[in-house]
Design a protein. Structure first.
Ligand SMILES: O=C(O)c1cc(=O)[nH]c(=O)n1[C@@H]1O[C@H](COP(=O)(O)O)[C@@H](O)[C@H]1O
Length: 292
């Protein structure tokens, strides 16, 4: 029986630090590496990143869009890379931002099953259809020790247009965070009143044996933290470092040092390749800056 994702993530972070490196084979990056924008180029890029970093960082986050654009051959590259990354000890968070009505969501969530061809440890999901639409993914994650990261306050400049909108007295972003807080609380189901904060405070938001398997995405680019993450009970994925302008100092200002934050960088590390030592050095630089 696989241990819950939150526990496995906390262990990986204790062993390797919290940095996640995104695998985003952009066309400009392929060109920079001298590779063709074709499945062969994609495979060489992905293999180099996995070989250099899967034994080093806690989490690798391949973005599925860059593989889908090469059709079935691109997906075959991704399947192979995911299996090799996990075998080398990295947790794989598939960045696919899935979200749909329950029956379809159920099928999307199958990627968290161990017998899926693309079996991963965790998946990014979108709550646009309502947090309740994600319940099948929550159930699958619970059954198979998988994790979910739900988009709450994303890193893009336009994010506040919808995420700051009010539902009742809360922002949309806060409603998403509160739903995830519920998923990290034993026995809570969508539709129940929100758990009393006191009841979840012992579910630490810091790294540890009680780190929950359900996390939120909050961009490292935000000027201020405008959602209340207290009692979340799970990890925060923080993208937007480097290429989008986010910095280690900004991350500390947003989250302090007490939260279970997984900072994630793609282009700013990948641009250092294809030399494996240079890729490792770029990841190590971010890890050191974030730890400072
Ligand atoms: O879910 C994500 O990973 C994500 C959420 C978000 O709010 N912003 C964001 O940039 N991302 C992803 O994180 C990666 C960021 O890449 P870089 O800007 O190159 O570090 C991309 O794959 C984005 O799709």
């Amino acid at each position: 029986m696989t241990a819950p994702f939150g526990q496995r993530l906390a262990e990986a972070v204790a062993a390797r630090g919290p940095l996640c490196v995104g695998i985003d084979p952009h066309v400009p990056l392929l060109q920079r590496w001298g590779l063709p924008d074709a499945p062969e180029g994609l495979a060489r890029f992905t293999d180099a990143v996995v070989d250099a970093l899967a034994g080093e960082v806690a989490v690798l986050k391949p973005q599925i869009a860059f593989y889908e654009r090469h059709g079935s051959r691109g997906l075959a590259v991704l399947e192979d890379a995911v299996a090799r990354a996990r075998a080398a000890g990295a947790l794989v968070l598939l960045d696919a931002k899935r979200g749909d009505i329950g029956s379809t969501m159920d099928a999307y969530a199958d990627v968290l099953r161990p017998d899926h061809p693309l079996a991963v440890d965790a998946l990014t999901v979108s709550p646009y259809l309502g947090p309740g639409s994600l319940q099948p993914a929550v159930d699958t994650a619970r059954l198979h020790g998988g994790g979910l990261f739900v988009l709450a306050r994303t890193s893009n400049p336009d994010a506040g247009t919808l995420q700051h909108a009010l539902v009742g007295e809360r922002t949309v972003a806060q409603a998403v965070v509160d739903a995830v807080r519920g998923w990290n609380t034993p026995g809570w189901v969508v539709g129940d009143p929100l758990p009393d904060l006191g009841a979840v405070q012992d579910l630490s938001s810091r790294w540890g044996a009680t780190t929950g398997s359900f996390g939120v995405v909050v961009g490292a680019t935000l000027p201020d933290l405008d959602v209340d993450l207290d009692g979340l009970g799970g990890p925060v994925l923080a993208p937007g470092l480097g290429a989008q302008g986010g910095s280690a100092a900004g991350l500390r200002r947003l989250f302090g040092t007490g939260r279970a934050v997984v900072p994630t960088v793609s282009r700013d590390v990948l641009a250092a390749g294809p030399d494996p030592a240079a890729l490792r050095a770029a990841a190590a630089r971010w890890a050191a800056e974030l730890a400072a």
